[in-house]
Design a protein around this ligand. Sequence first.
Ligand code: TTP
Ligand code: MG
Ligand code: MG
Length: 429
Amino acid sequence: MSVAVASAGARPTARGDNPGMQGAKRRWIAHLDMDAFYASVELLRYPELRGLPVVIGGGRRHQPVMQSDGTRRFARLRDYTGRGVATTATYAARDLGVFSAMGLMKAAQRAPDAVLLPVDFDEYRRYSQRFKAAVAEVTPLIEDRGIDEIYIDLSEVPGVHEPLGHDRHGGVRAVAQEIRNSVARATGLTCSVGVTPNKLLSKIASELDKPDGLTLLTLDELPTRIWPLPVRRINGIGPKAAAKLAALGITTIGQIAAQPRMALVEHFGRGYGAWLHDAAHGRDERPVVTHSEPVSISRETTFERDLHAKADRAVLAAIFTELCEQLAGDLQRKGYVGRTVGIKLRFDDFRTVTRDQTLAQAIADSAEIRRAAGTCLKRVDLSRRLRLLGVRVGTLARAGQRAARPGDQRAGSEHAAAAPADSPELPFG
Ligand code: TTP
Ligand code: MG
Ligand code: MG
């Protein structure tokens, strides 16, 4: 009837065991960024739009309509009125001058015939998880940098420091290509990857051959490939710093590199000035910081048909129980207990509502989760039909002594009930 999706929010944990470029160990760091991400995900559902200018940023009223002849009718930018902005645009739309964060009315002037599609974050989040999981199968040292990009430490991947035929860097190039292939296989999407000795340069490199590109750079290539670029290409040089640099006659990265360190310190202060100097010389020792500690764990499900709290009470109650059981299983398997329990509901008008409750004690047991989630549920007006139901446990802590071991499905169950003592009657269930 429905497919449950598990997800985990995350907070960073630093890896202290990566000394950077000091010593003998050479680093290879990749930066991977998906191409026209939201737009590319939409093209998977609407392949007839491939190659056309498409802009993502509409609302529900811009949902494509299936026509009687079996083709879809799409909203066009020229008909748009409102104050919305483009989240992204296909490369065909970018050729017409439409970019992320541009007002849709302005975009309509540049590309009136472009197709306008509504934003569907849930779908982009699903593909985000999917591409990251595909990379994790190749190598686990991944730093999450948002919905469509990651850093990957390739330094320890077997064979990465070896040549391949005439290519001195054939080993690392092959691994990077394997990662790109895995992402494509898992998602049907293309990405661009930069591979260099550090995060700073890889972030720049991944943009050099976008879309669907793989750019490998060594420090020898700094003068030819990096120094001609505008200063803004360095992640960390924003509009203000760029304007100040421009006022000093500095517009390229090479021009920063040509400045004495002290001159930059004089103009930009000790911290930022020194950082500018290092950055322009391609020096960056920051480790790849893996995200493995979840902040919350959740399960949610979108129904095949919209369900009503009264008319579909039994079905909803069963789904609700199942979600709580799955969530308890996730928590116990991963060895966490949590002190906040929340629910997420999406109604047939796509309105999303969340409620949560903080408990006196951390829990991981399905009956306790269900009870707390049930009280949250009682705080929502359930007169509309539901399309989605989700349950979340947050404020996580390690289950400690009682941490779940593999196969130990009962861990956590001895935790005292923390929800209100009287079992409330649920709106359904
Ligand atoms: P980006 O990676 O910056 O852009 P992109 O993936 O669309 O295109 P590119 O091929 O140049 O990488 O951002 C990823 C997604 O984040 C993008 O698809 C939509 C969203 N986004 C916004 O919602 N607002 C913004 O201003 C930007 C820049 C991105
Ligand atoms: Mg991108
Ligand atoms: Mg990005």
